[in-house]
Design a protein around this ligand. Sequence first.
Ligand code: FCB
Length: 453
Amino acid sequence: MRTFPKDFVWGAATAAFQIEGAAKEDGRGESIWDRFCRTPGKVANGDTGDVACNHYHLYQEDVQLLKDLNVDSYRFSISWPRIFPTETMTPNQQGLNFYKKLVNTLLEQGITPMATLYHWDLPQWLQDKGGWTNREIVQYFKQFAETMFRELGDTVKYWITHNEPWVVSYLGYGNGVHAPGHQDLQSFLSASHHILLSHGETVSLFREVGPTDGKIGITLNMATAYPADETAASMIAAQSWDGFLNRWFADPVFKGAYPNDMLDLYSDITNFSFIHDGDLKIISQPTDFLGINYYSIAYVKPSTEGEFHFLKAETVSSGKPVTAMDWEIHPQGLTDLLIRLHNDYNGIPIYITENGAAFDDTVDENGEIHDDLRLSYIEQHLEACLVAMESGVNLRGYYVWSFLDNFEWAFGYDKRFGVVYVDYETQKRTPKKSALWYRDMINTNKTKNSVSL
Ligand code: FCB
């Protein structure tokens, strides 16, 4: 029978901007997402994070719900503008208090906190200085990280520097679909480098001021890139896509070098003057684990036109079933990815820090949400994890995305990823069928030390 190891970590994940609300309370400053939400045409329905799931006020109820789900661990992020609302860089005590209360409540319930430092809500005052395109941001990020390590290091042992540097740099500065909405490929590349540099600097800092029994990692969004057909040209295109999404971020961190094929491709865009001597050494400081957010795959073929002309590639549909995001459901891609990461990056411990699906949920006459498609998505991906673990992959845990329905960035509240349904009018939470299944599956695993899927 297939089993997960006894110490496998079962978790659920969220991010500050997507759930907290209380945008103008207790001294929180403006974030780039507050600004972006108010820029016409950027976010569906003009939705904002002003209230979101009101988690800032309902965190006790939410921690109780997490407890009811039987999770071992909860991954959340810290809102940088709540801690450093202004350029004076004086920490806002009320912001710190919120995270202390949240962490203490989690610990009281026996839930291990995992904190992400940067899940996309940059203070607007830092964007006004160029945001991630300005190398000076690395020092500001270190100050933020140091404050959090000092304030929470005795209670939070698991830390993630960044969530999805590809999304921050490409969607934020390259194609502008995310805040701050810039459209410039050179900025995409300089931002990506500064994010990675801030990761490396922060890992070193963690070794000095962080908890000695703590672990620190980085979360990358990764997808297996398959050639759309068997031609050599499609294989090359898929290789470039893989470089764009996966290797450009993982290679510097785990191998201390940018991939040569991508340096070649990107030399049409930049002269790389933002990469200074010694940077790669800093970026490749030994990191304790790799977090991966896995949702889908990419089928790739050659193209010299369109958004990805600089990669000489484009993605195409394979015709397989999709989620409400239009993302293809492809658990095999997760197994392939995990095995490949294990081989390429020296058996690094891996956590799946996000995996899940949006579907158009309906609440039935009994107030129940029978989200069988989401349940099946999660089940299939856990099965994919087991297959990878049987091949020797050092997979330590799985965090479902998401604990709650929440603000899905440019899609606003239109897309529901939660295993717990949120009625945004009343803020009532209702665990969906997938949540109850997840709870029972965790329970079986803990009591019998074996799960059959
Ligand atoms: C990831 C993000 C997360 C959520 C999911 C659906 O890219 O990290 O905040 O939006 O996608």
